[in-house]
Structures are given as C-alpha cells and as structure tokens.
Design a protein around this ligand. Structure first.
Ligand code: FMN
Length: 145
C-alpha cells in the first residue's frame, strides 16, 4: 500500500483526520467487558460516536481487533463490531471479514452474519498464530486497497 502512514488513534486531533485518508486499516482493543458501548478504552470510543455522522462513501475500511479469547470468551473482540457498525453507517466499504474457524470463544458481538467483521488477534493466548493470521488476512484484503 504505497503512501501508507501508521498513526496512534490516541494522537489524532479528531475523527476529521480519519476522513482525510483515502482508505483505512483500524486496530481496536476490547476492554470495558460486557458494556453496551465504549468498549475500547481508547479514542476510538469517541470517534465511534462521530463516524456515523461523517461521509466515508467510496472509502475502503478494514478492522483488526485485539482481545483475549480465554479470559473474555463471552465478549471476544466485541469492540470491532462497534467500529464496524459506525463505518457502515458512514457509507464506507468494509472489507476483511474473517471466518470463525480456528478461534476458541463462546460469544462475540463481532460475529456479523456468521463471520468476524474484522481480523481478531489474541496476543494473550495465541501469539504464535498472529504472524500467520496477519499474513493471510493482508493477502486477502490487499487487492481491495
Ligand atoms: C480490564 C480488561 C477488560 C478486558 N475485556 C475484554 C473483553 O471484553 N473482550 C476481549 O476480547 N478482551 C478483553 N480484554 C483483553 C484485552 O483486549 C487484550 O489484553 C488486548 O490485547 C489488550 O490490548 P492493549 O493492551 O493494547 O490495550 C480485557 C482486558 C482487561 C485488562
């Protein structure tokens, strides 16, 4: 992806900086277990409220989630779904859905129509799978960026 820039979401001045991008890969952790909103504990929680009022039509967006499938197996990577839904409401083209095969968890809000709405990464229990998961995901989405 030529011209890509890595940014810490907590360093963005506002969600307007997101709108300026041509396309986005957004990484979001899940905290605040079991709550209905504000699940990331990062600036994403505010941006998720702003993004649906913005226009991302024509922009491609993919989501990566960080979670812990052993300790929080009923809420695995829930925050991905909040971000996914916000971007859907903004008109963005969401790519990078992932089959649930190979993950061990009970429930996740981020399973949308039978697939994870982004790539779940579990560094707490399955860090040995991270490199391979990222590699095959990037391969699957790169033609869309
Ligand atoms: C207080 C707390 C609550 C958490 N809640 C969840 C949760 O609901 N779902 C989940 O998948 N992971 C949960 N996690 C695990 C984190 O998402 C996981 O450790 C993640 O990798 C953290 O990334 P970070 O340290 O970069 O924020 C929680 C962790 C803590 C400490």
């Amino acid at each position: 992806m030529p011209g890509s820039v890595l940014k810490d979401v907590d360093d963005l001045s506002s969600a307007d900086e997101l709108e300026a991008a041509e396309s986005l890969i957004c990484c979001i952790p899940t905290w605040n277990t079991g709550a209905d909103e504000d699940r990331s504990g990062t600036a994403w929680d505010q941006h998720i409220k702003d993004i649906p009022t913005m226009n991302f039509a024509g922009k491609t967006v993919a989501i990566v989630g960080l979670g812990d499938s052993a300790s929080y197996g009923d809420f695995f990577c829930d925050a991905m779904e909040e971000l996914y839904t916000a971007f859907v409401q903004s008109g963005a083209n969401l790519v990078g859905k992932v089959p649930t095969d190979g993950y061990t968890f009970n429930e996740s809000k981020s399973v949308v129509d039978g697939m994870f709405c982004g790539l779940p990464i579990d560094e707490d229990n399955e860090s040995d799978l991270t490199a391979e998961r990222l590699k095959s995901w990037i391969t699957s989405i790169q033609v869309k960026f």
